[in-house]
Design a protein around this ligand. Structure first.
Ligand SMILES: Cc1cc2nc3c(=O)[nH]c(=O)nc-3n(C[C@H](O)[C@H](O)[C@H](O)COP(=O)(O)O)c2cc1C
Length: 173
């Protein structure tokens, strides 16, 4: 059987290198411009990549990356990118430490409907205390506690997605 390589584009602000924004041809002015990300998704799709991917965090962290970082909220951005493309996968990052499973299940299912089944999720437990402070905590919970919650989070997420049958809506006027 032929082996195939799957490739995705990891879109990160306007470049991965912390000084990439300084390049004369960088798209630094377009950090919050959805048209830039729609164009990036179209280029990735034309180039036969399988997916575009957004990492995500819930704080600005100057020790981790300088220059450009996450700006647009990934699920809303991917919803626009879904309408600008036809078949490329749309993968977001979701924090199991800060989101509730219901909220995640609803947002991801909505992106999946909007995109015709192209949504994907990278579930993370988050990395920085600065993120926790944006959610009213002093610090991130301990590693074991975060990963225990993540396991239950994924279980609840999939149970919620399976809680409606494909034939649940009868539209019987
Ligand atoms: C390629 C890669 C991408 C990652 N992207 C994110 C991300 O977008 N958001 C996040 O909070 N953590 C991200 N992480 C961090 C992981 O979720 C994880 O916290 C990290 O690998 C450390 O592992 P540990 O939590 O077991 O200590 C990423 C890790 C890797 C290797």
């Amino acid at each position: 059987m032929a082996r195939t390589l799957h490739l995705g584009a990891f879109l990160h602000g306007v470049g991965h290198h912390s000084a990439a924004w300084r390049h004369p041809e960088s798209a630094a002015e377009r950090l919050g411009d959805i048209a830039f990300f729609e164009e990036s998704a179209r280029v990735a799709e034309k180039g036969l990549l399988d997916a575009v991917f957004f990492a995500d965090g819930h704080s600005v962290n100057r020790t981790y990356t300088a220059g450009t970082t996450w700006f647009l909220e990934p699920i809303t951005a991917l919803s626009a990118m879904a309408r600008a493309t036809s078949h490329i996968g749309l993968v977001t990052t979701v924090s199991s430490s800060f989101w509730t499973p219901f909220h995640a299940a609803r947002m991801l299912a909505s992106l999946d409907h909007i995109s015709g089944g192209r949504a994907g999720a990278n579930i993370v437990t988050s990395m920085f205390d600065a993120e926790a402070r944006n959610h009213g905590f002093d610090a991130l919970p301990a590693h074991a506690e975060r990963y225990a919650r993540a396991a239950e989070f994924v279980e609840a997420l999939t149970a919620l997605w399976d809680s409606w049958g494909e034939d649940a809506l009868l539209v019987d006027r």
